[in-house]
Design a protein around this ligand. Structure first.
Ligand code: NAG
Ligand code: NAG
Ligand code: NAG
Ligand code: NAG
Ligand code: NAG
Ligand code: NAG
Ligand code: NAG
Ligand code: NAG
Ligand code: NAG
Ligand code: NAG
Ligand code: NAG
Ligand code: NAG
Length: 357
């Protein structure tokens, strides 16, 4: 390592030390629901003008559509779509809760060291503060932070959590604090409270946030009918985003305007799990596929996505009466819905019995 990069490491170490003292905490997200899995989400501020494809590769994202869904970009967006310096792109990834913290469920992203790299540079500049260099050091068993080799592969442990917040399922969003920002501003922007942010991130009262640290911001997720024995339970999708699930067979969209109810439909995309997607037709309802409804008089029947396992996609059939309740003047919204009964598909019950055997 040359003198200048050595000096750079020392300077950056100093800055880092001051940052950690000021923020008074380690930058991982608490995750106390041991072995729980869910969807993680972080906001990446692009340091340079680049393309979606480069960001997809940097984060080890398999399908471009995951990136498109997290950012509510149309599915037709090309991978050479330009991302400008300082644009924020949201990155969705599977999260696993272990030993009190959330970690990416798979060993991704993997970053390959290039000449003149340093761990601080990788953490603070390439990944823009989503991780700290001691975290990279720790999960990769690096004893001396100044000794990394060109070509060495490093796992970047992005922050995430699967904990519920006061009994609500939320998406824990990793937000890197911008210069001039504050907890109050962040709370306002994401419709949460300063107290919630302080508690979740163990930030002492009267301490100020440092720019460049990552905070756990709880985003309200749409409610779904996904059962707790499904491989994608709890399917957490934040407002204004969409996600593919059930081996890509199903596309689910969250729009707060639909009363925070997750809207799922067959995706028309090739499956990553099956040669062809399992049936997405509700049993006991003619021609009703996931996402379809049919009406008869006051009754409306809706076929809803209920989760999946290795063999099957679960469907639930819900009947609601549009003639009762105070809001029956809005037949096209979910207002006034009364879940009068719920038919869990026979498959689900059979599979559940199979599970508990
Ligand atoms: C992206 O690629 C398409 C063809 O693959 C090309 O027509 C288009 O000009 C490219 N856009 C940019 C911004 O490079
Ligand atoms: C990006 O933001 C940083 C500070 O937040 C600023 O210094 C820099 O000029 C910005 N870059 C561009 C291209 O806007
Ligand atoms: C679990 O966390 C504790 C305290 O945070 C730590 O001492 C221990 O090494 C961790 N175990 C593993 C397997 O990471
Ligand atoms: C951004 O681009 C500049 C010039 O192309 C390059 O020197 C720098 O390493 C890039 N930064 C990152 C974080 O990739
Ligand atoms: C780091 O070391 C621990 C035990 O010392 C081992 O379990 C773990 O697999 C190692 N991780 C890597 C990335 O080598
Ligand atoms: C913000 O959150 C409050 C309380 O959780 C809620 O009542 C309000 O409707 C939310 N506002 C928006 C725009 O979602
Ligand atoms: C799963 O859901 C069923 C019924 O909805 C409930 O009885 C059961 O306790 C749940 N299991 C877990 C592990 O939460
Ligand atoms: C939900 O997202 C849409 C657009 O993505 C936005 O216009 C709306 O304000 C958001 N609503 C809430 C309550 O966050
Ligand atoms: C989907 O599968 C079909 C046939 O198996 C194949 O022809 C097509 O190229 C695939 N599409 C994509 C986007 O992979
Ligand atoms: C609506 O559903 C109820 C059962 O919940 C049934 O008794 C009634 O006949 C249905 N009405 C129509 C028009 O299908
Ligand atoms: C589903 O299949 C994968 C690979 O085929 C296997 O690793 C996993 O254990 C299976 N899960 C269940 C619930 O059967
Ligand atoms: C919105 O959905 C919830 C269930 O998720 C339901 O209890 C509530 O009545 C619905 N509100 C309206 C206005 O339909």
């Amino acid at each position: 390592m040359g003198f200048s990069s050595y000096a750079r490491v020392l300077t950056l170490l100093y800055i880092y030390a001051m940052t950690m003292i000021a923020s008074g905490r380690a930058q991982t997200f608490k995750c106390n629901t041991n072995e729980a899995t869910c969807n993680g989400l972080v906001g990446y501020v692009s340091p340079n003008r680049t393309t979606l494809d480069d960001i997809k590769n940097l984060f080890g994202i398999k399908n471009l559509r995951s990136l498109l869904g997290a950012n509510n970009l149309p599915l037709s967006t090309l991978s050479n779509y330009t991302v400008h310096a300082n644009d924020t792109l949201d990155i969705a990834f599977p999260c696993l809760c272990k030993n009190g913290t959330g970690m990416p469920r798979h060993r991704l992203p993997i970053y390959t060291v290039v000449p003149d790299d340093g761990l601080y540079h990788i953490a603070a500049e390439v990944f823009k503060g989503l991780v700290t260099y001691p975290q990279i050091q720790k999960v990769n068993n690096i004893s001396d932070a100044n000794l990394i080799k060109v070509g060495q592969e490093l796992w970047i442990p992005l922050p995430c959590s699967c904990d519920e917040l006061n009994g609500d399922k939320v998406v824990h969003y990793g937000h890197v604090v911008e210069p001039g920002s504050s907890l109050e501003k962040i709370a306002q922007r994401y419709n949460t409270t300063e107290d919630t942010l302080r508690t979740l991130n163990s930030i002492e009262p009267n301490t100020e946030l440092m720019a460049g640290v990552v905070v756990d911001v709880p985003l309200k997720a749409c409610t779904s009918m996904v059962s707790n024995n499904s491989l994608d339970y709890p399917l957490l999708v934040a407002n204004g985003t969409y996600a593919f699930t059930a081996g890509n067979c199903v596309k689910c969209t969250c729009d707060a305007a639909n009363n925070w109810t997750l809207q799922c439909e067959p995706s028309q995309v090739n499956s990553s799990l099956w040669t062809i997607c399992p049936s997405m037709q509700c049993e006991g309802a003619e021609n009703l596929y996931i996402g379809n409804s049919s009406s008869s008089g006051c009754n409306r029947t809706t076929c809803t996505y209920g989760g999946y396992n290795n063999q099957t996609i679960f469907k639930t059939l819900a009947l609601e009466s549009t003639c009762s309740g105070p809001n029956n003047n809005a037949p096209n919204s979910l207002r006034g819905w009364r879940w009068s009964y719920l038919l869990i598909s026979i498959h689900l019950v059979v599979l559940y019995l199979h599970f508990i055997k």
